[in-house]
Design a binder for this molecule. Structure first.
Ligand code: GLN
Length: 484
């Protein structure tokens, strides 16, 4: 039963000697064995390696060592480099590639004593909102396996929600942590741009990508963020801001905290059940002493278009390196160009190709000024909207997603519809803010709904404080899908 535990519950039992890391790790591996045929959250699991790490953790503990996550099994999205483990980004193009080194966040997890295991399913190169763009087949929502789990970090959300691991890591470029967390009913936190090192995170859109935690409650999100945050000389966009004690923010106190509701987010098309659940969540925060007021983010309507220009432009440059020479799979050709064309043609999926083509187009001479440069200017306006709003409020609340999880296949034929599901999450990345999604209810069909809170740059303590206070007053985070 150890797989059901949170990080803090497991640590308590490990410290009391009631449980070993081997037992906890084995419980997670057994759970994967039992449920993952149906869920497809994991692309692969190296059980022997996980158990060896668990044994080492147990030995350290027996020798008197205690570390912030000693012996806690954490699963990892297939976009982060873990030494000697496969790294595919859920694509075919990397072939049999194994990572030669650990990402900084993995080094930090190891230094904190965690057991790092599994390659979690995702949309190919983190492009998508449903996990349907995976070369390894879609991950499925544990609350209803006909539904998508969200994306791109779908596997990271499913593995936590279905108790296949204690916590996991994902990445968020336009919502890829918060959106699947909301749709699967767990906690997902996107740190401020620059808070967590991107070294060893395969780049999708370098000015937007951040690594962050998926957890079963807010306390765990604080613990895992504490471990992975911090400066890193190997990532030049990492900000050398001191890392505060995030657990200290979990005071349960939100009296006087000012929460803004953006007028522009009351868009048509918001599902009535999502609206009702998130309205109730905001009321709850108000009854705990928060002050709620309306704010305005006037450039909201341009966010999706701006994101899909900037993200595709950066992706087209970042993905140029997968050309059949340096990494993974190669299809031979008569000359280098043909080899390159064949390799990329066969290796990349439809959505990745669509984005490379779009990105190349918006960067091409003659269109650069009209699209890319203009998008950069609008991005600045969007950031200014938020910085202005944050003069009046400490946090901004909204639904994480406009609807609960939709059916697998429902939106694959219409990429634009798919892009619209990012409406509430995307601006946060464009503006470099932090954000969290916490469970705040269920639809009548039994699908989870998430409340999103956005904070100012390096405002993670306020974010965690409010999310934790809300969680203490409700029990949504304790619900579990029935997988027996
Ligand atoms: N759904 C968005 C996209 O497809 C965001 C993905 C992400 O955050 N990685 O680009």
């Amino acid at each position: 039963m150890a797989h059901f535990l949170t990080i803090h519950q497991l640590l308590e039992q490990l410290r009391a000697g009631e449980l070993s890391s081997r037992e906890a790790t084995q419980a997670c591996l057994d759970r994967v064995e039992k449920v993952d045929d149906r869920l497809n959250a994991f692309i692969s699991v190296d059980a022997a390696d996980a158990l060896a790490q668990a044994d080492a953790a147990d030995q350290s503990r027996a020798a008197g060592e205690d570390l912030p996550m000693l012996g806690v099994p954490v699963a990892v999205k297939d976009v982060l480099a873990v030494k000697d483990q496969p790294l595919n980004c859920a694509s075919k193009i990397l072939g049999e590639f194994n990572s030669p080194y650990d990402a900084t966040v993995i080094q930090k997890l190891r230094a904190a004593g965690a057991v790092v295991f599994g390659r979690l399913n995702m949309d190919e190169f983190a492009m998508g909102s449903s996990n349907e763009n995976s070369a390894f087949g879609p991950a499925r929502n544990p609350w209803n396996t006909d539904c998508i789990p969200g994306g791109s970090s779908g596997g990271s959300a499913v593995a936590v929600a279905a108790d296949e691991c204690i916590a996991s890591l994902g990445s968020d470029t336009g919502g890829s942590i918060r959106q699947p967390a909301a749709l699967c009913g767990c906690v997902g936190l996107k740190p401020t741009y620059g808070r967590v090192s991107r070294y060893g995170l395969v780049a999708f859109a370098s000015s937007l990508d951040q690594v962050g935690p998926f957890t079963k409650d807010v306390r765990d999100a604080a613990t895992l963020l504490q471990v992975i945050a911090g400066s890193d000389d190997r990532d030049s966009t990492n900000v050398p801001e001191p890392v505060p004690d995030y657990s200290a923010a979990l005071s349960g106190e939100v009296k006087g905290l000012r929460i803004g509701l953006p007028r522009e987010y009351q868009v048509q098309g918001m599902d009535p059940e999502v609206k009702a659940a998130t309205d109730a969540a905001v009321k709850q925060l108000e009854s705990l002493g928060a002050e709620v007021k309306e704010i305005s983010l006037p450039h909201t309507e341009y966010a999706i278009a701006t994101y899909y220009i900037i993200a595709t432009a950066e992706a087209s440059a970042n993905l140029a390196r997968f050309e059949g020479v340096r990494y993974g799979a190669r299809l031979d050709g008569a000359d280098p160009e043909e080899m390159n064309r064949k390799t990329r043609g066969a290796g990349f999926g439809e959505e990745v190709k669509r984005r490379i083509i779009l990105g190349t187009y918006v960067l091409s001479s003659g269109y650069y000024d009209a699209y890319y440069l203009r998008a950069q200017k609008v991005r600045t306006l969007i950031r200014q909207d938020f910085l202005k709003a944050f003069e009046e409020v400490d946090l901004i609340a909204s639904p994480t997603t406009p609807t609960p999880a939709f059916k697998i296949g429902e939106k694959v034929g219409d990429p634009l519809q798919m892009y619209l599901s990012d409406i509430y999450t995307i601006s946060c990345n464009l503006a470099g803010l932090c954000g969290i999604s916490v469970p705040c209810g269920f639809s009548e069909a039994g699908l989870p709904i998430g409340l999103q809170l956005l904070g100012k740059p390096f405002g993670e303590p306020d974010l965690l404080r409010a999310a934790h206070a809300y969680e203490q007053a409700t029990d949504w985070h304790t619900h579990r899908p029935n997988l027996d």
